[in-house]
Design a protein around this ligand. Sequence first.
Ligand code: SAH
Ligand code: SF4
Length: 366
Amino acid sequence: MTTPANFFNLTLPELQQFFIDLGEKPYRATQIMKWVYHRGVIDITQMTDLSKVLRDKLVNLLQFRLPEIESEKISHDGTRKWLIRVDEKNCIEMVFIPETDRGTLCVSSQVGCALDCSFCSTGKQGFSRNLHQFEIIGQVWLANTRLGYYNGPQGNRIITNVVMMGMGEPLLNFDNVVRAMDLMKDDLGFNLSTKRVTLSTSGVVPTIDKLAATTRVALAVSLHAPNDPLRDVLVPINRSYPISELLEACRRYSQTNNDDPITFEYVMLAGINDSEKEARQLATLLKDFPAKVNLIPFNPFPDSGYTCSRKQDIDRFRDILMQSGLITITRKTRGDDIDAACGQLVGQVVARAQRYHKTAQVELRT
Ligand code: SAH
Ligand code: SF4
């Protein structure tokens, strides 16, 4: 007997082909997509607009496999963090941040991360594996379910934005991440607009161009330093793709996407990258660039070796950027009582060798 296909691993055209191969009409795919992504139903026997004969047949041919929620924590500010089991050895984390005008889900793309940024707890664990499509899109489905979306009034969104800012470097899991993001945007999927799905990268330059050529989403770039010597230390991938190459790729990305601004993330590390000098350097670097800057207070974790900049230093840094005309926002720290803040996502990862990153880079360079 053939193994059933996993619905959550398929794109719409693939699902249509699946039905054509069964001798069915391709619009069956539309019906099932609506049941799953719009109504939260994954039990085929409840999909009542499919004939009983077809439902009986599909029970053995199509499964709805998802990762499992291992635990859930709710912060005093309403932020929620879930630990999600993806296999026997590994868990990832996902965070939901409610605000008055939006609800943002922070989704993971890999189990661990090979890029080893010096201030990131995910990076400290090393890399284990890429997440499959079903494990990425499944996070959004699971969060919607846990947040009660499918029981609430139809069309009353709870998750309005998705950011690929959880564990992992999304551009090093390109195919699965793009397929999942396309489902987030599809009307038959989660129907989010292109501006409300954001991919954050530490700067895998060639893959930024590939992203521009493949799909349209908002881009955030983890810059964290205004010069190469400092960025080489904080974000080691900078040694392969220095700032000038990164900014050129960002400019091309913005041009391909109707001059959409790029968000530059900048973690505030006391005495490391937060002086007036660095603020001015950053202002010069991003002058005339379609940029927004997001200052992220550093979220400490044990043995990180860093501390967060003082509030007055963050404010001064922000004022210098604003005076030079850059739109600058200081990100609020949310969910700190449940370790749900940016960069604190640790999951439970059995790290394999770090070789992956080096191999990936060699492949990207050729
Ligand atoms: N790998 C991608 C996306 C995941 S990290 C990237 O690096 O962009 C999401 C964001 O959290 C990045 O901007 C990252 O630099 C930031 N981050 C990592 N560790 C952090 C910490 N301890 N405190 C604050 N931000 C952190
Ligand atoms: Fe990986 Fe992003 Fe963490 Fe760097 S900041 S180690 S790229 S998850």
